[in-house]
Design a protein around this ligand. Structure first.
Ligand code: ZN
Length: 268
């Protein structure tokens, strides 16, 4: 009926149509229409919600300096909005607040004395747990960072197994097994050559602490962290085979085949 009255099938100017609409509206609706046309759409009355609450660690005073080189991460956590903060962040905040004294008394790596981190450098959890790195290699990287890999030194006190390196006869320490043994030097030379393709200089720091993710080169960094994790697994596996079966595997060859199979599985 309105369409017939307005005769919308025939061209009319907008003002004419608007005038006809205005004429058939009741007075209250006409007042509302005028107000909308002159003032814009009225906003619904705002109902104030609860105020934003921010939660974060207490600022540390001079008597409680932050412990940047421990497993405590409280100094890294920034205040966040309680209503919208991710659950993981809240969990981390509560965990590190409740156990701050215990966590702050543990160094974040056993390697700090042997490989003093450079300025701004340190263990990179994200690099160690990079998505491209297979789970066994992540596990070995984490255990190596915390010196939680078996060396057989304590076992040698109670059993007749030798307490020297099974490859070169030197005294076995964590640094010797994973960095200094002569059998590793060809592997490290290979890594040096590969990392030069990424404009990186191979250092033991990089092997143990992994590479931080840098925004623009994240895809490269993912690949480099894979190339840094697999040598550790190669060293570990070839050493276990030597101890268990008495056979020698070239850790460089093991590394190359594991890189090949991982890249093949990841990108095929
Ligand atoms: Zn050795």
């Amino acid at each position: 009926m309105l369409a017939e009255r307005m005769e919308l099938s025939r061209p009319r100017t907008p003002q004419h149509v608007l005038q006809e609409v205005r004429d058939i509206l009741p007075p209250a609706a006409r007042v509302y229409l005028d107000r909308v046309l002159h003032e814009g759409m009225p906003c619904p009355p705002s109902t104030p919600g609860p105020p934003d609450l921010f939660i974060g660690p207490l600022p540390r005073g001079p008597n409680h300096p932050s412990r940047p080189f421990t497993v405590s991460r409280l100094h890294e956590l920034q205040p966040v909005c309680f209503q919208t903060a991710p659950r993981k962040h809240l969990y981390m905040l509560v965990l590190h607040t409740l156990h701050v004294l215990t966590l702050a008394s543990h160094p974040n790596t056993k390697w700090r004395d042997l490989l003093p981190p450079l300025e701004g450098e340190g263990p990179r959890r994200a690099g160690l747990y990079s998505t491209m790195v297979p789970r066994p290699a992540r596990d070995i990287s984490w255990r190596l960072l915390h010196a939680a890999v078996s060396m057989g030194v304590y076992l040698a006190r109670f059993t007749p197994i030798p307490d020297t390196c099974p490859f070169c006869g030197m005294r076995k320490t964590l640094a010797h097994i994973y960095l200094e043994c002569a059998r590793l030097q060809s592997l490290f030379q290979l890594l040096t050559n590969i990392l030069l393709c990424f404009w990186l200089h191979f250092l033991p720091h990089l092997l143990i602490y992994s590479l931080p993710f840098r925004g623009p080169t994240k895809s490269w960094d993912l690949l480099v962290n894979l190339l840094l994790a697999l040598p550790k697994m190669a060293i570990y596996k070839t050493r276990v085979r030597r101890l268990d079966e008495g056979v020698s595997f070239d850790c460089g060859a093991y590394f190359r085949s594991s890189v090949h199979s991982r890249i093949w599985a990841e990108f095929l």
